[in-house]
Design a protein around this ligand. Sequence first.
Ligand code: S3P
Length: 439
Amino acid sequence: MSNDSNPVQFELTPGGHLNGQLRVAGDKSISHRAIMLSAIAEGESNITGFLEGEDTLATLAAFRTMGVNISDPKDGKVTVQGVGMHGLQAPDTALDLGNSGTSMRLLSGLLAGQDFAVTLTGDKSLSTRPMRRVTDPLALMGATIDSTETGTPPLCIQTGSQLNSIAYTLPMASAQVKSCVLLAGLYAKGETCVTEPAPTRDHTERMLQGFGYQVQREGSRVCLQGGGRLSGMDIDVPADISSATFFMVGAAIASGSDVSLEHVGINPTRTGVIEILRLMGADISLHNEREVGGEPVADIQVRASQLRGIQIPEAQVPLAIDEFPAIFIAAACAEGETVLTGAEELRVKESDRIAVMADGLTVLGIDCQVTDDGIIIQGGQLQGGTVNSHGDHRIAMSFAMAALRAKAPIKILDCANVATSFPDFVTLAKTAGLGIQIS
Ligand code: S3P
């Protein structure tokens, strides 16, 4: 949904290729969790590689409002003075989480366990996103959270009594919901368990363990005991594979490209995009694989190659959930048909990513057919034109990369929200060779 107060458009010149060694923005999911867990830990935590984007800064601001002393982020470095599990203070205003679904869903769990009331609000887009997926399990744990009649924000979390633990089976594959329940579980009596229908990103579980909190994982089930404590630590946030994706796709589709993306998180719950692009014939190699603070990291090299359309394996969908707008651009440049199924979650992201991408691809001359749970895209020749990102950061950046293979200029409307996840995108993309201007 659009960010009307701050109109930003991207203007792209067609053609070109991408080259060079790039370090993309810090991982958004890990940056959020780094602030949240450091805030309720005992002692100091030093974060490096922190994403200074609007979403993660909204999380940071929320904890400052609740009395946590957090340094001003500078070059990705942030120091958090943890207040311990019960040291957060009642905020004197509602917490405005902007565009950030992760902030709202994870904080609703963490704050359901506090002994004060708090209201969570967001921008136009966040205010339309479904929150029953978090308020339902939290109600089962004994929390009282009011939302609108349709289950959207604002969320008013009432001062609660002691939370009960639950064994919860997620109705959809969602790391945000899993994390919400686990964070509430920290404050619940007894053992809280979450079972997921398919693997989703496990940064919360990994980071809790890093902070010294015991988490049991067995197959699709994760459990923890409430009432423990976290000890402050140093966190090195890797570059975000979701931000690297735009450059991976750009390099894969534009002949003559060769990019190396440095220090990228390759947690197996996030690497669906590598799997899917390789199935399409992309030339991707991983170098210097290593582990940093409990998260696997590598440098990712991508060279241009002819891509082919595929049936995307459904098991890969949750592992590439944020990467589909960019994957659709790869599909538009591939030979033949690409079919995506099992991806209805895309309809409730920052925009309806199936509908908005289909509209933009159609404007650019690509034949595609929307289905209930996915899309069918026929590879073809991208033309120029004006597409509307509807304020969705990942859609704006995906269509920017499409220009590498377009016949004529592309204009992208409503791009201000790129700053939520990747504030340096335009600078970095220009450095790599993309003909992009802001207007
Ligand atoms: C996220 C989980 C995903 C993803 C979002 C970040 C997280 O959402 O789309 O951008 O940090 O846990 P779902 O878990 O709702 O699929």
